[in-house]
Design a binder for this molecule. Structure first.
Ligand code: TRP
Length: 335
């Protein structure tokens, strides 16, 4: 089955280990013959919490270097900046005409922003999922891999596609699927890695020693107090769940097998300090090839701009046709 896979990440900073493991590593897996992959940096979405324009410009370039170093291949995937395709913004406006406001006010990420930043509830925040729907529906994506927190947004895009199709012709939009299983990568405090306020992320350019030092903050099983207390891996908030992702030996590295880590934790033989040390080494090993490629790209801004230019053109071609049809079906003629 060939798919059109699409996903994006906001340009709020450099990629962290959670993005790498939970998102980008999956993006890479979809790059197989027959699939069309569209991966972008959601720079317009970043403006909902705009702080510093120069930083946004830098983040965008640096993130694309991270994408490429992680294995996204500009020959195989369309890599672009959301803002390079102005038709996305146009489509967002058109789709907005079919979107009840009440539903947008119920979106969890919106409610969270209102709670946290009551003085910056701009229009962009409320229409955020509609712009996301335009990202997805414009190029007729069939599959949208996202983290759990984005599920309500993709659900809304699916609803919008169906609403449009019912009203204006059911051949217009593809109703995209989500992945059955989403990878959740906890940060050092046990909540999702990368929440900007939380300072709970692991830097993808860190070495084993730096990662180990970071994990001293990592929250484990609260009942394993002394080194040789018996622990329960499934109560461990930040270390064991990541072991499960990187130390299983199943397509992962695994300096130590997961089963040994589990048994060692339960028997008390393995201290949290030693367990974190194994994790740090496994993460460092997993990141090694990425870091090597990333270092080689460090000074290649011009190359990245070329990638974005080329990707932008290809994405535009993919989206322009849809937007032309949407306009027409809604009664808008370009004179
Ligand atoms: N909202 C997503 C996030 O914060 C980023 C995003 C924007 C996205 N548009 C998208 C993800 C379209 C998937 C598809 O992570």
């Amino acid at each position: 089955m060939t798919e059109r896979i699409l996903s994006g990440i906001r340009a709020t900073g450099r990629l962290h280990f959670g993005n790498f493991l939970g998102a980008v590593r999956n993006f890479v897996k979809f790059q197989t013959p027959g699939n069309t992959c569209l991966y972008f940096v959601a720079d317009l979405h970043t403006l909902t919490t705009l702080e510093n324009p120069a930083q946004l410009r830098d983040n965008l370039i640096e993130m694309v270097k991270d994408y490429i170093a992680a294995g996204l291949d500009p020959e195989q995937s369309i890599i672009y900046a959301q803002s390079s395709v102005p038709e996305i913004s146009e489509l967002s406006l058109l789709l907005g005409m079919l979107q009840p406001l009440g539903q947008l006010q119920l979106i969890p990420t919106f409610k969270e922003m209102v709670r946290k930043h009551p003085n910056n509830v701009n229009l962009g925040l409320i229409t955020y999922p509609v712009l996301m729907a335009a990202d997805i529906l414009g190029p007729r994506a069939t599959l949208v891999p996202v983290g759990e927190d984005q599920v309500p947004n993709v659900e809304l895009a699916r609803n919008l596609a169906e609403r449009f199709n019912n009203r204006f012709g059911d051949d217009m939009f593809v109703v995209p699927k989500m992945m059955d299983q989403m990878i959740k990568v906890p940060g050092l405090d046990g909540s999702k890695m990368g929440k900007s306020e939380a300072d709970n992320a692991i830097d993808i350019n860190a070495n084993a020693e730096q990662i180990r030092a970071r994990y001293t903050k990592g929250v484990t099983d609260s009942k394993k107090v002394r080194a040789n207390d018996s622990g329960e891996p499934y109560r461990c908030l930040s270390v064991y769940p990541v072991h499960k992702l990187v130390s299983s030996g199943n397509g992962c590295v695994g300096v130590e097998a997961l089963a040994k880590i589990e048994a060692g934790c339960r028997s008390g033989f393995l201290s949290c300090v030693a367990c974190k040390d194994i994790l740090a080494r496994n993460i460092a090993q997993l990141l090694g090839p990425f870091q090597e490629k990333r270092a080689a790209l460090a000074s290649k801004d011009d190359y990245v701009r070329d990638v974005l230019n080329d990707g932008g053109k290809r994405a535009r071609t993919a989206i322009q046709e849809t937007v032309g049809l949407v306009r027409e079906r809604m009664g808008i003629i370009v004179y």
